[in-house]
Structures are given as structure tokens and as C-alpha cells.
Design a protein around this ligand. Structure first.
Ligand code: ADP
Length: 478
């Protein structure tokens, strides 16, 4: 049992998980099949040839006796009667394993070899009829006989049929044993060859597996690092790897170009839009004689300009993160102070009650203060956006052995379970109905990028109708 388990483990170690559609299995099965057909045909052909060689001399001998027998009888008739001459000719030609007898059409045996008088042989051979004129092998109760029967005519007198039987049991048994050994050897060779072929093919397609392992790791932001180096691979596979490398270079250039364009466009648009927003706000502040309609139009334009500036800022941040140009000034921060500062900041644009639950001691983490503020403001902003007025938003800090955990919770509408895994994707928004409050679907992907850039992690837990908690974890500072 243990041996079987080990054997199976070895198979899987070779990468032999039997996937019937894999190139390895198909090649192995195909090559093993054709080898089996080749070896099998060779074995069958060898067997047939061997039997032919064994039988052919006996056949020639029997044919010769059948041809010469009438002449022998004729010679003896000069000294004796026809029936005595026939018996004499038989005695002369018969041996222990070569038997002759003459049988009339009515089934009467008129002359026979002495050995046929023995009960065992006589009762088996003499009653036989329908024996062909060309010698053929007959299996008679485990003994093999090469037999033929030809009409016997001497001086135009028909004497009946001459039967000749040659005992070839020894030769035939030897031949059958040989055939059995040949079949076993063929099966063993086919088995060994199948294993050898499987091993060889496995070795041969290793470079292909290596290519797929390397390509699995390629992602948009690591395009420039993706190169496939294959040593000792077949030239076709090396060619494939080179083509792949060239494609990656082209993709990397196109990706870089797109990133650069996005970054430039965002940058170029952000400045004039910020100026427009500033003018709109100052017009709103100072325009004492504006009508209600003008005021409303200007304030809509101002908030849309702000939203677009925010979107451009988000795009710029993501472009920076993608190109590895986002730098973090990581330094020890006292989280208690930072949170209090944040709550003061949020009071300026929201009347929502923000509750903070802090442990008594000071908590320090290593992070970029501005980026961490950006993260928490984003989460607080979402919590406010996606919960009803009057429902508080809570920020809770916990400290465990090796990590500091920040929970930002609301008692809002929640996020459906099947969407929770996707909300950190770029431009992903749960549904339009809940997004009346604006937003671009970029906020959480930036939050994730920033948190991970500072060495932390973020996750979400949410229940529909009950609320959502975002959990940010940083390693503790000791
Ligand atoms: P948006 O700009 O749309 O807020 P985000 O990336 O910040 O983009 O959020 C992605 C989506 O996740 C949002 O569209 C919203 O549907 C959902 N979401 C985010 N935070 C919350 C929350 N606190 N409660 C409910 N849904 C949320």
C-alpha cells in the first residue's frame, strides 16, 4: 500500500497529474500506442515466421511421401497382392511419429502403420474424415498432428484414401512456449518504453512549463522586469520565448506610453480646473447680487469642477503608483494625535458625528502621515456617503501583539457579499442607484495602493442594511 502511495507521489512529482488533454499525456499515449502496435506486429510476424519454418520441412516431407507412395506400392505388387503391397509400403515408410493408413470411401481401414494398432492413437486418428489434401495442423486432445489425405490409385485401381499424419507435438509445444515468452517480453518492453517515453516527454516539455510559470507572474506593473531565460531548451521553444520577450517589450512600451499620457493629461487639466473652481467659489462668496438661479448654477459648476479635480488627482496618484514614482516618507507617527486632527478636519465639510475609540496608551506606527490621512479621509468620506444622516461613523484602534488595527465603521446600507471582493478594483462601483452622491470608483483602489505602499493591508466586512467596516492593519512599531 505504502509502495503504491509512493509510486503515485513520484508520478505527481514528475508533474504527471493525468490531464487527458495535456500535451504530455497525448504525446505519451500516442507514442506508446504506436510503439505497442510496432512491437506487437513484430512479435506476431516473428511467431508466424517461426511456425512456418517449423512446419514447412514436415510439410515437404509429407507431400513427398504422398507422391511417392503409389510407386512404392506398385513395386511391391510385383511380389505380392495389392493389399499386401500397400501394407508393405506403409511399413517401409512409417516411423514412430509418422503414421500412414489407407481407408476406403466406406470407412474401412485396409492397411495401417503398426503404431496405429495401439488403442490410444488408433482410436484418435483412424475415425478422422474430411482431412484436406494439403497438410494442415490438427490439435487432437493436446497432441498436434500435421495431416493430409490423398486418393490412392495404383495401376488405375482406386484403393481408397491414403492418410499421412506426422506428430509435431514437441515442436508445437516448444513453439507455443516460445510465443508465450515472446508475448510477455513484448508487454514488458511496451511498459518500460511507455515509462521511458513519459519521462523523456516530461523532460522535453519542461521549458514550456517554465514559460507558463514565468508568464503567470507577469502583471502590468512588472512588464519591464518580465524576461524568459531558457537554457538548453529546444530551439522551437527558445524561439517562442524570444517572441514572447519581444511582445512583452512592445507591451511594456505601450503601457508606459499610456501611463505617461494619462499622467500628463491629468496634470495639464488639473491646474486650469483648480483655477476655475477657485474663481467660481470666490464669485459665489463675493457675488452679493446674484439671483438664486445663478447661485445654484455656479455652485453646481463649482462642485463638478471640484469632483473633476479630485478625479484627476486620483488618476495622477494611480499613474504615479503604477510607474513606481509614488514615494512614501515613512516615519513614526502617533496615531492618537493624527486621528484627533482628522476628526477636526472632517467637521469642516460634514456635520456627521465621528466617534473615536482609542486605547489609553499612545499608539505609534510607521507611515507617511499625509498618505495615511488621505486613506482615512477617503474611508470616512465613503462611510458618510453611504450611510444615512444621524448614523454615527466610528473609528476604532486596536493593538495586538504585532500589529495595529484601524477600523472605520458605519451603519449604512452595506455592500453585497459577492461585490466585496471587487470594490478595490479601479472604477468599480457597486450600483448606480447608491452612487447618486457622486464618486468615481477610484477612491478605494487608491486607498489600497497607499496602504500597501506603506506596508499595511486593508480588508472589508459588511452586512447589507447593517453597515460596513473597513479594517486597515499596519505592523506595530516597537
Ligand atoms: P466611489 O467614488 O464610488 O465612492 P470607491 O472606490 O470609494 O468609489 O468605492 C467603490 C464602491 O464601493 C462605491 O461605489 C460604493 O458602492 C462602495 N462602497 C464604498 N464604501 C462603502 C461603504 N462604507 N458603504 C457602502 N458601500 C461602500
Amino acid at each position: 500500500m505504502k509502495l503504491r502511495v509512493n509510486w503515485f507521489k513520484n508520478l505527481t512529482k514528475f508533474g504527471c497529474k493525468l490531464d487527458s488533454s495535456s500535451l504530455r499525456v497525448r504525446l505519451t499515449v500516442g507514442m506508446a500506442f504506436f510503439s505497442a502496435i510496432g512491437l506487437g506486429s513484430l512479435a506476431v510476424w516473428t511467431g508466424m515466421r517461426m511456425q512456418q519454418i517449423l512446419v514447412v520441412t514436415h510439410k515437404e516431407n509429407i507431400k513427398y511421401i504422398a507422391e511417392r507412395f503409389p510407386q512404392d506400392v506398385k513395386i511391391y505388387t510385383e511380389m505380392a497382392t495389392l493389399s499386401v503391397a500397400t501394407q508393405k509400403a506403409i511399413d517401409n515408410l512409417a516411423t514412430e511419429d509418422k503414421l500412414l493408413w489407407v481407408k476406403t470411401n466406406s470407412g474401412k481401414v485396409t492397411a495401417l502403420a503398426a503404431a496405429l494398432e495401439k488403442e490410444a492413437i488408433g482410436s484418435t486418428l483412424l475415425p478422422l474424415n474430411n482431412v484436406p489434401p494439403i497438410p494442415q495442423i490438427r490439435d487432437l486432445n493436446g497432441s498436434y498432428w500435421l495431416m493430409c489425405a490423398t486418393p490412392l490409385e495404383v495401376d488405375n485401381v482406386y484403393l481408397g484414401n491414403l492418410f499421412i499424419a506426422q506428430d509435431i507435438t514437441k515442436d508445437q509445444v516448444m513453439f507455443l512456449n516460445l510465443m508465450r515468452s515472446l508475448s510477455i517480453a513484448t508487454f514488458i518492453v511496451i511498459g518500460v518504453m511507455t515509462f521511458a517515453i513519459a519521462y523523456y516527454i516530461n523532460h522535453l516539455i519542461k521549458p514550456l512549463k517554465r514559460i507558463s510559470q514565468l508568464t503567470e507572474k507577469v502583471s502590468a506593473d512588472k512588464l519591464s522586469e518580465a524576461h524568459i531565460h531558457l537554457e538548453n531548451a529546444p530551439s522551437e521553444v527558445r524561439e517562442l520565448a524570444d517572441t514572447f520577450d519581444e511582445m512583452i517589450v512592445r507591451l511594456s512600451e505601450a503601457w508606459e506610453h499610456q501611463r505617461q499620457l494619462l499622467s500628463n493629461v491629468s496634470h495639464e487639466l488639473r491646474t486650469p480646473l483648480t483655477i476655475i473652481s477657485g474663481y467660481l467659489q470666490s464669485t459665489l462668496r463675493r457675488g452679493q447680487n446674484l439671483t438664486e438661479m445663478q447661485r445654484e448654477a455656479l455652485s453646481t459648476a463649482s462642485s463638478e469642477a471640484d469632483r473633476t479635480v479630485q478625479l484627476l488627482q486620483d488618476l495622477l496618484d494611480l499613474a504615479r503608483a503604477d510607474s513606481g514614482r509614488m514615494h512614501f516618507q515613512l516615519e513614526p507617527i502617533i496615531l492618537n494625535d493624527l486621528l484627533k486632527e482628522l476628526v477636526e478636519m472632517t467637521k469642516q465639510y460634514s456635520e456627521r458625528q465621528i466617534q473615536i475609540e482609542l486605547p489609553n496608551q499612545l499608539i505609534q506606527i510607521k507611515a507617511d502621515a499625509n498618505r495615511l490621512k488621505q486613506v482615512l479621509l477617503n474611508l470616512i468620506d465613503n462611510a458618510v456617503k453611504y450611510s444615512d444622516e444621524g448614523k454615527p461613523v466610528t473609528i476604532k484602534i486596536e493593538q495586538e501583539q504585532h500589529q495595529t488595527i484601524i477600523h472605520v465603521s458605519d451603519r449604512g446600507m452595506g455592500i453585497p457579499l459577492q461585490q466585496q471582493g471587487r470594490i478595490f478594483e479601479r472604477f468599480y462601483r457597486v450600483d448606480e442607484a447608491r452612487n447618486r452622491s457622486g464618486g468615481t470608483g477610484l477612491g478605494l483602489s487608491i486607498v489600497k495602493t497607499l496602504v500597501e505602499g506603506m506596508g499595511g493591508s486593508i480588508s472589508v466586512r459588511s452586512q447589507m442594511g447593517k453597515g460596513t467596516t473597513f479594517t486597515v492593519i499596519f505592523p506595530s512599531l516597537f
